[in-house]
Each structure stands twice: as structure tokens, then as C-alpha cells.
Design a protein around this ligand. Sequence first.
Ligand code: Z5A
Length: 212
Amino acid sequence: MNLMKEGCFITIEGTEGVGKSTNVEFIRQYLSDKGIDLRLTREPGGTPLAEEIRELLLQPREEVVSDDAEILLVFAARAQHINQVIIPSLQRGQWVLSDRFIDATFAYQGAGRGISWNRIQQLEQYVLGDLRPDLTFLLDLPVDIGMERAEKRGALDRFEQEKHDFFEKVRQGYHHRLRAEPERFALIDAAQSLDNVQQQIAAVLAEKLDVM
Ligand code: Z5A
């Protein structure tokens, strides 16, 4: 795939309840105030077909979902999302902000479920080609606090029903990604007050806008 992109591709990641949705809205507002044309999207999802796959993935069910089926559904949704939304938007010069992307797969399916990173890299190469985020916010929070915040929201989806140990592995998976590519990540301590979190996010975005 020949990726001639004009816009900037930002992703936001973290374990559950870290405040991604809350801060996606903050980033949208911040960039809109700076006159940036932004396409907001999410994974799994972002197109009608990919949103249907999201439903399949999140729905609690009695049948055991194999790790291979899970990761292939994640990448099927992603292939659709990349082709229909992310690449066309970037090529038009829009910025794209995705609530989760490829790092979530290394964290959840890799560190969490135990699928080898080598296997995930093969799928990454096949589905993403040269596409990678330009900037990734990693909101980091002790697992217990995130689980508490998520539980307050009501019914838990298939991932949210996982236990503490699973999310601990996911959190470590994200830190592994951060250590491998520190220049792409902005690590934000999500246990701080929302004001402090958003001040840090704004500072990172201001720097990004400065160099563009
Ligand atoms: N998944 C996967 O396995 N593999 C993949 O490749 C991808 C995804 C892409 C759905 O993701 C699931 O898909 C996800 C992994 C899997 N499952 N899990 N877990 P999702 O992003 O839709 O689901 P989520 O992680 O549960 O995100 P969320 O529900 O949208 O939570 P959030 O966006 O991080 O948090 P929030 O709703 O913004 O905030 C939670 C609460 O905390 C809320 O009441 C806020 O007001 C409050 N909050 C936020 N910030 C603060 C601060 N700083 N202080 C105090 N309170 C705060």
C-alpha cells in the first residue's frame, strides 16, 4: 500500500477506565480550537462493518472465544477501518484521532491472552502496511482504580469481565510498547486530577503543532 499521508495520526491507549473517552473529547475540542480538521474514530469499530465486529467481540457469551478467533476479528475490523476511514482521511489532509489502535492488540491479545508478538507483527505488517500512528497517548493507571471506575458505569462487556491479573498483564504490555518506541508515545499519569491530565495532553499537542 502506497501511503501518501498529509494529516497527523494520533491514537489514545490504556487499560480500562483510564479516561480515554473523556480525553478524546478534550483533544477534539483542543484541536478544533486550533482550526485542525479532525476525524474522530475508534477501535474496534469506526465503520458500520467494523462496529458490527466490535459488537461480536464485546458481547459476553457462553461459547469460549478462541484467542485466534478474537485476534482475527480485531484485525478484520481494523482492515476495514484503515481502508475506509483512516487512510482516506489522512490523504485528504485531515488529522485522525483513534480511541485505541494497534498497541491495544499487542497489549490485550499479546500480553493479555499470550499470543506471540511475532505472530501479531505478521498480522500488523499484512493489515497496516506502512501505516503507524505519529503520536500515541498512553494513559497509565493502577489496574484497581481503572476497574473501579469501569464498574461504576454498569454492565461489564466480555473484556471488562476479565480479572485483575489479565489487566495487569495488559498494562505491562503497554509499557513494553512504550519502551520499544519512546519517541512515539506520550505517557500520561491518569491517576492525577483530570485538570492535570488535560494540561499534560495540551502541552504534548502544542509541541506537536509547533513542529508541524
Ligand atoms: N480491544 C482489544 O482487545 N484489542 C484491540 O486491538 C482493541 C481493543 C483495539 C473495547 O475498548 C475493548 O476492546 C477493550 C479492549 C478491546 N476492552 N477493555 N477493557 P474500549 O476502549 O471501548 O473500552 P474501555 O477500555 O473499557 O474504554 P472505556 O470504557 O471507553 O473507558 P475509558 O474511555 O478509558 O474511560 P472513560 O469512560 O473516559 O472514564 C471512566 C470513568 O473515569 C468516567 O466516569 C470518567 O469521568 C472518570 N475519569 C476519567 N478521568 C479521570 C480522572 N483523571 N480522575 C478521576 N476520574 C476520571
